[in-house]
Structures are given as structure tokens and as C-alpha cells.
Write a protein that binds this ligand. Structure first.
Ligand code: WTA
Length: 644
């Protein structure tokens, strides 16, 4: 079947900054004169002293990634100060709370809020290179806190509100944060998430942490316990703080933030992003992929605790002088259509969300969409998991009313920003394909053995050269960084994803080829889940796999082997262990209690078989001769059948 091709509607194309010719010129410049091309792109952000060298990166040996290394800057200047001259009264941030409250901050107001928070941090002794944990709901202060860290040269470590106390404790200890910022509670539909209490528990759990002060923002006014000498109410400190704060001048390679993400093995890793390259990448990709215009209202629905929130709620759009929208609530609370109401109310022009949300919204029906005025929208984007052609078409036809191009953007925490995506006016879209690498991105497909695949084909998605937004290392563990990303094929960055390339050179992401599970766009490592279950000694061992799920993309299924027999409620204990160690967001779809796991003779669990059994695909179990004990399979299938 011929893929359907969508060209940008003429009205969109006529106004877009990058047409096909311009894109071709950029690509030529990036490949013929990369130094010059990237130094020009560096001009998109503000520098204290501009760089004179672009890349000095090497994927071999010890692996060193450096960009714009002799430049100096402060990220908050690019996002705030330099806009004060040209657009002080433009709205920088629109916040809408889940219950309809809202707040609008101009660039001048946001600048002042950030300066006050930065001064509070300075008073607590926070300075260059110190780590600060940010654990806040989606309120304006989450953005303020990130920029305030940047302003004083501190490295922010944003922690998701859905993490368990134990997950928080691990990340606090690993990052060595000296100050943490939390709130009394987060609102989540009818529920409340007790952020402060979680943080208290996290800090009590380990003495390995270095947190000496906890700043507490009042959001819901819930009763909380303040620990004298450690906890400070944030509001009075902000009120007393000076409204201006000079920014630290940082070197381009100084870390801007550490952000934890899951891999297939071991504990979550703190990906380190460097100030200069990351900022250039955020500004470059946001401008090109979203065809940024000064009057845009840009809504990226991600939580700031994920990379998508870092790059496209905060740094990209603010570096480009945009207006960002931050919405605290869920898509359908208190009723279906809540998100559409937000778009209509604030005249959102650019809407960037995840396939899992699109699928849920699609289920509510077209009439829910039709009840709202979405005429302000001009561009739609998707990120986080493969988007199926039917969801893509619904997004395009029903939400965008055929008027808005859809950009399916492939990237990762490790890449800092978008890598493969259409530039909306210059790359025709095919539903389900992330299309082509951006100018200057050198994507390749490799076979399992690391050989380059030319032309059409399917393989492991890798990068042959560095790009400015690339993560520099894993916090405190460069050897793991090298091992995880650069040992698959020497000289290449390995993404962990598989992809197919068609005859037009378009990429179709097929999903992870490692043991990372993507549940509703949340990256979950199989090892994280397995380690969590192992903390309950009623289980001898277990294995976690992902299987296809209609709404979530992938659902998490756990096979657990009880130590002695199967008692009532045992499966519940496995779930509890996961919620306690990882967080509620990782609660599995199904737990199967099984007598044994399929293993090779060398003792490796054969997850391929478990995925098939969990997906009830019993026909194609394939060659079982590599198993140490092939009879395990029948017992497994029986056990799963009994448990439904
Ligand atoms: C997946 C989120 C298909 C992929 C920005 C990647 C995608 C992982 C897409 C990174 C897409 C992201 N199509 N799959 N457009 N975008 N992914 O680090 O498996 O939370 O490796 O970054 O999400 O997830 P992360």
C-alpha cells in the first residue's frame, strides 16, 4: 500500500520560515562547513563571550563530547534578560490551574520572580555547580525554580511528583543536592499528592543525602509538618528577596542540569546536559520544528520533570522569546474536553503532546472536540512513543481540522532535543513516520553486528556524529555512559531504539530494542521493576516485560516466582513493592505468579518468550532448544492461562 503523504496546507506554507529550498541550504551548510554552521546556530542564544570553536567531540576511546567549549554564558539571560529590551510586556508564561485559576507573567514579571528565587538560593549558600532538587507541581514556580538555579550557576535536578519516597531518596543521594524545593501538595484530578510528606520520608530514609535546606511552596494549603532548622516557607523568603539578581557567568560545558532516566540495567542514570550546547539545541530545534513565530502560544503538555518539559516547556520557547502555556490538570478532569477548553481559552497556536494522550482523547469522541473553538491552532506535535497512523490521522483531521501540519518528533532524554522530525513546511508528512533527521543530524541504521545499512532497511538507530544537545555523561559514572551508549558499535551513539528507513529515507521508529518499557510515554527500566520486586523476600525472582496496550502504548507485565507456593494476595505484594520503590506510575498491568522463568543455559532470562506468553501469542514461540529447560514453557503457559 502506498503511504499517504501530507504536504503543508498552502496557508501554513506561505507563512513558514523554512521552505524546501531553505532546508536544503541548511543541510548543505551543515555538511559542507559544520564548524561555521554550528557557530552560526550558536548565535541563537545570548553569550557573555561567544564561542570560537564548535565541536570537539569524540565517540571513541574515553568518549568526550564538547561543544562551544570556549564560550561563556548564563542560560537565564537567554530566556529572560535579553527579551527585556524588546518584549518586556509580552506574556512569557500563562499558567492555568486544574480548577480554572490562572496567572499570566510578562517577561518583566518572570524575570523578577526568577531573580527573587535566585536570591533566596544564594542566601542559602547555593552557588556554581551545586545541585538543587526541584520537586514541584506544574505551577509557574516550577519554571521559576529551574531558571533561578541556572541564574546562580546551580545544576537543577527536577524530580517527578509521581516518584516514591525511595526513588526520591536515591536521586537525592546520587546527585548530592544540597537544597530541595517542594510544595505542600500537588493536585491530580480529585486526588492530592502529598509532595512535602514524600520529601520528608525521602530525607528520613537515607543519611547519604546532602540536603541541608528544604524550601516549601504553598499550593493547596494542606497541613504539613515543618522541621525547624531545615524547612523554610518559600513565600516570605521570596517577598524579602531583592528583585534583581546578577547572573553567574558559566562556561559552555558547565552542567545546566541533571535529569534521571531509566535504562534497561541498573539504577536510573542522571543524564548531564551542558549549558551552551543544550541551550543552542533547545532554541534551534524549537524554532525549526515548531516554525516559531513571535505571536505563538506554545503548549507542550509534558511535566517539567521530563526532558520534554525541560526543552519545550522551558528552555526552547523562552530562549526564542515565545509565550508558553503551563496547564496543571489532566486531559479529562473534571470532564472530557478540558484540554480543548484550555486551547480555546488561551488561543493556543501550537499544541505538542504524546500519543498516549491522543489515544485517550480520541476515545472520548469527535463531538467532544467539536464543541470547542480550536481555530487558533496552526501546528500539532507528537512525542514520546510511536504514533500509529490512525491516531496521527485523527489528530490531523479532527483536532487540526486538516489545517495544521503534524510533526512527529523522535528524540530522547539523552539527545536533549528533537533529532528526527519534519520541518513542517518543507518535509511532507507520512502518518506514523518521524520523517527525516534535522539538518546537521547524522542518523544511521546499523545491523545487530554494527554494520551500516545503506538505503532502505531496518536496524538499530544510531548517530554517527555528535550534536550540540547531546548529553555529556552520566552523573558520577562516565564508564557507564561509555558502556551504555558507545559500546554497541565503536564510534557510534546507540539510541536503544529500532527503526525502519523507507525508500524516501523516512524513518519509522519501531520501539526499543533493549529492555526499556515505555508506558504512557514514561520510560521504565525492566531492571528497576525487578529490583523492586526483589526487595520483597517472598519472591525468589521475577522478570518485567512490556506488551502492546491500546491506550498506554505498552503495558507492564511482571512474571514473579514465589519462594514457597502461591498464597492469596501475593501478587498484590509485588505491586506494592513496585509502588514503594519506584512510584505509582509504574504499577504493573498484570502480575503472573509462575513456578519458573525461561532461561538460557547461561542463566539469561529469555524475555522474548515472556512477551509472547504475556501477549497470548502462543503460536510463534519459536526455537526453544536454547532453553536450559524447555519444559518450563508449558508450566508457564498453564500458570498464565489459570490466572487469566
Ligand atoms: C521513545 C522523550 C517513537 C523512544 C522525548 C525513545 C519515540 C524514548 C518518539 C525516549 C517518537 C520518543 N516515535 N518513539 N516520536 N519519541 N520515543 O527519554 O523509544 O523520555 O528512545 O524522551 O521514547 O524517551 P525519553
Amino acid at each position: 500500500m502506498q503511504d499517504e503523504i501530507f504536504h503543508a496546507p498552502p496557508a501554513f506554507a506561505a507563512q513558514a520560515a523554512v521552505d524546501a529550498d531553505r532546508r536544503r541550504l541548511m543541510e548543505q551548510a551543515a555538511s559542507a562547513r559544520p564548524e561555521q554552521f554550528w557557530l552560526e546556530q550558536a548565535g541563537r542564544i545570548a553569550w557573555a563571550s561567544p564561542p570560537t570553536i564548535a565541536s570537539a567531540s569524540d565517540f571513541t576511546g574515553d568518549v568526550a563530547i564538547r561543544w562551544f567549549a570556549d564560550g561563556t554564558l548564563n542560560a537565564s539571560i537567554s530566556c529572560l534578560d535579553r527579551h527585556l529590551a524588546t518584549r518586556p510586556d509580552q506574556v512569557a508564561l500563562i499558567w492555568e490551574g486544574q480548577d480554572g485559576q490562572s496567572e499570566r507573567l510578562t517577561y518583566a514579571a518572570l524575570h523578577e520572580r526568577v531573580c527573587r528565587m535566585a536570591n533566596v538560593l544564594r542566601t542559602l549558600g547555593v552557588g556554581r555547580g551545586d545541585r538543587v532538587a526541584v520537586h514541584l507541581p506544574l505551577v509557574a514556580d516550577s519554571v521559576v525554580a529551574m531558571l533561578a538555579c541556572a541564574r546562580v550557576g546551580a545544576v537543577h535536578v527536577v524530580l517527578f511528583g509521581g516518584f516514591s519516597a525511595e526513588a526520591l531518596a536515591d536521586r537525592l543521594a546520587d546527585s548530592g543536592a544540597i537544597v530541595a524545593i517542594t510544595a505542600d501538595e500537588a493536585r491530580r484530578g480529585a486526588k492530592r499528592v502529598p509532595l512535602k510528606a514524600m520529601m520528608d520520608e525521602a530525607l528520613a530514609r537515607t543519611d547519604a543525602h546532602a540536603v541541608r535546606a528544604l524550601l516549601v511552596l504553598r499550593v493547596t494549603g494542606a497541613e504539613i509538618v515543618m522541621q525547624p532548622g531545615r524547612d523554610y516557607a518559600l513565600a516570605p523568603l521570596l517577598a524579602q528577596a531583592a528583585a534583581d539578581c546578577p547572573a553567574e557567568t558559566m562556561s559552555a560545558e558547565d552542567p545546566l542540569f541533571v535529569l534521571y532516566t531509566s535504562g534497561s540495567t541498573g539504577k536510573p542514570k542522571g543524564m548531564v546536559h551542558a549549558t551552551g550546547g543544550y541551550m543552542v539545541w533547545a532554541a534551534f530545534t524549537h524554532d525549526l520544528v515548531f516554525d516559531h513565530r513571535p505571536d505563538d502560544v506554545f503548549w507542550c503538555t509534558a511535566d517539567v520533570a521530563w526532558i520534554t518539559g525541560h526543552s519545550y516547556v522551558v528552555y526552547g520557547p523562552l530562549a526564542n522569546g515565545g509565550t508558553i502555556l503551563l496547564f496543571e490538570g489532566l486531559p479529562s478532569h473534571p470532564a472530557p474536553g478540558r484540554w480543548w477548553q484550555v486551547i480555546a481559552r488561551h488561543r493556543v497556536t501550537t499544541f505538542y503532546t504524546a500519543p498516549t494522550a491522543i489515544r485517550a482523547l480520541m476515545r472520548e469522541g469527535d463531538d467532544v472536540v467539536a464543541r470547542h473553538d480550536l481555530s487558533s491552532l496552526r501546528l500539532l506535535g507528537s512525542v514520546g512513543e510511536p504514533i500509529s497512523p490512525d491516531a496521527w490521522l485523527w489528530f490531523h483531521d479532527v483536532v487540526g481540522q486538516g489545517r495544521c501540519p503534524v510533526v512527529d518528533t523522535w528524540w530522547q532524554t539523552e539527545t536533549g532535543g528533537i533529532m528526527i522530525a519534519p520541518l513542517p513546511a518543507s518535509v511532507p508528512q507520512k502518518p506514523g513516520s518521524a520523517t527525516l533527521p534535522l539538518p546537521g543530524v547524522h542518523s544511521v541504521l546499523l545491523t545487530d553486528k554494527g554494520a551500516v545499512i545503506a538505503g532502505e532497511g531496518e536496524g538499530c538507530l544510531c548517530m554517527a556524529q555528535s550534536w550540540p544537545g547531546q548529553a555529556r555523561t552520566i552523573w558520577g559514572d562516565h564508564a557507564r555512559f561509555r558502556q551504555t551508549y558507545f559500546s554497541f558499535a565503536p564510534g557510534y551513539y546507540f539510541s536503544g531504539d529500532g527503526a525502519r528507513r523507507d525508500s524516501d529515507g523516512y524513518y519509522w521508529i519501531t520501539g526499543r530494542v533493549d529492555d526499556v518499557i515505555n508506558v504512557s510515554g514514561h520510560r521504565i527500566g525492566s531492571a528497576e521493576i525487578e529490583d523492586a520486586v526483589a526487595t520483597d523476600h517472598r519472591f525468589a525472582e521475577c522478570a518485567a516485560v512490556g506488551i502492546a496496550h491500546d491506550l498506554k502504548g505498552q503495558g507492564l507485565v511482571v512474571f514473579a516466582v514465589p519462594r514457597d507456593g502461591t498464597a492469596d494476595g501475593l501478587a498484590g505484594h509485588a505491586t506494592q513493592a513496585i509502588v514503594r520503590v519506584v512510584g505509582r506510575y509504574a504499577a504493573p498491568e498484570t502480575i503472573y505468579l509462575v513456578p519458573d522463568l525461561p532461561k538460557t543455559r547461561s542463566g539469561k532470562i529469555v524475555r522474548r518468550l515472556l512477551r509472547k506468553i504475556a501477549g497470548h501469542e502462543l503460536d510463534g514461540l519459536g526455537d526453544l532448544s536454547t532453553l536450559a529447560d524447555p519444559s518450563v514453557v508449558d508450566r508457564l503457559v498453564d500458570a498464565v492461562a489459570r490466572q487469566g
